[in-house]
Design a protein around this ligand. Structure first.
Ligand SMILES: [Zn+2]
Length: 320
């Protein structure tokens, strides 16, 4: 019987569940909206239903389910399985999500932070294959981070390590979802990109096509800004240049701290391309020390948006 792992990537807007083979191939995928603002029990029900769909499909295909793996956002205590903090899920705080899920499934259950799951996906099947020291960023509405050293995830006592989005870069900078000011997340996430674009538009100094969106009251988002930047819009380019710089400052510092050379960038913002990567690579080179900086490589996720769910689904295969 062919073995598969079932996994879930829990996002603030959508959740993704898959059945994945041992060599990292997705055999079945289900997606649905996340009722993120609802009570914890309702969110749990939704997770159970989605996993059940993939489970039933797997059983009907005569596949052997090795276990279930979860990629969870925010801070979930690695020793107790209790949600410490999930900024996008206000009513999940204090919820024993792992114990609750165990009531519904008899399989072995594994979980990691969502960015860590994405890192493991890329490390095992994607752009990080064979590289035992690497760092991942997932850049969307927030910024997730994960660190792999000697082939092992850096976790810390409760599993909270690797919150790279919450490095303070600008002490008086914009307010972050975590309550601090000037975190990398508050400066370089997709929400920060939109906020910054609106700020520069309102200064009125640079002519830009983006102001049309505001006049038509159309929603401005980070991918529209990236599109305009790639077409040559100066204001949009300035926003991505600033974003790349903030990321480069963080990456250069991290390279110095950990002696890590491979940095992988995933999430929606990563698809902006050169308008983001060029300033990011230039700034990284400026900030990292000689002897280290020459070897740094910054790349995009190879598995794209599926990195997290593939990493989560294959957790059962790697359990010791
Ligand atoms: Zn923060």
């Amino acid at each position: 019987m062919k073995k598969i792992g079932i996994g879930l990537d829990l996002g603030g807007t959508t959740m993704l569940a898959t059945a994945v083979s041992e060599d990292g191939r997705i055999l079945k995928q289900e997606i649905r909206e996340t009722p993120a603002r609802e009570k914890a029990k309702i969110i749990l029900r939704s997770i159970v239903d989605l996993l059940r769909l993939v489970e039933n499909w797997s059983l009907s295909e005569n596949l052997e389910i090795v276990g279930i793996g979860l990629g969870l956002p925010g801070l979930v205590n690695f020793t107790t399985g209790v949600v410490e903090l999930m900024p996008n899920f206000p009513k999940m705080r204090g919820f024993p999500i792992i114990d609750e899920l165990k009531k519904y499934f008899d399989y072995k259950l594994f979980y990691e932070n969502d960015a860590s799951a994405a890192l493991l996906g890329e490390y095992r099947f994607g752009a990080g294959k064979g590289v035992d020291d690497l760092i991942c960023f997932t850049i969307g509405t927030g910024i997730g981070g994960a660190v792999l050293i000697d082939g092992k995830l850096l976790r810390g006592p409760e599993g909270f390590a690797g919150e790279l989005g919450h490095i303070t870069l600008d002490p008086d900078g914009p307010l972050c979802g975590c309550g601090n000011r000037g975190c990398l997340e508050a400066l370089a996430s997709s929400s920060a990109i939109v906020r910054r674009a609106k700020e520069i538009i309102s200064e009125g100094k640079i002519k830009t096509l983006l102001s049309n969106y505001l006049e038509r009251e159309e929603e401005l988002n980070a991918s529209i800004i990236a599109e305009e930047a790639n077409k040559g819009d100066l204001l949009a380019q300035k926003v991505y240049e600033e974003t790349g710089k903030w990321l480069g400052i963080a990456i250069g510092s991290l390279a110095n701290i950990f002696n890590i050379y491979l940095f992988l960038i995933g999430g929606g913002v990563a698809s902006a391309g050169d308008v983001l990567f060029k300033p990011m690579i230039d700034e990284t080179f400026k900030r990292a020390m000689p002897g280290i900086r020459e070897k740094i490589k910054i790349d995009r996720f190879k598995l794209g948006d599926n990195a997290g769910v593939i990493g989560a689904s294959t957790l059962p295969f790697y359990a010791d």
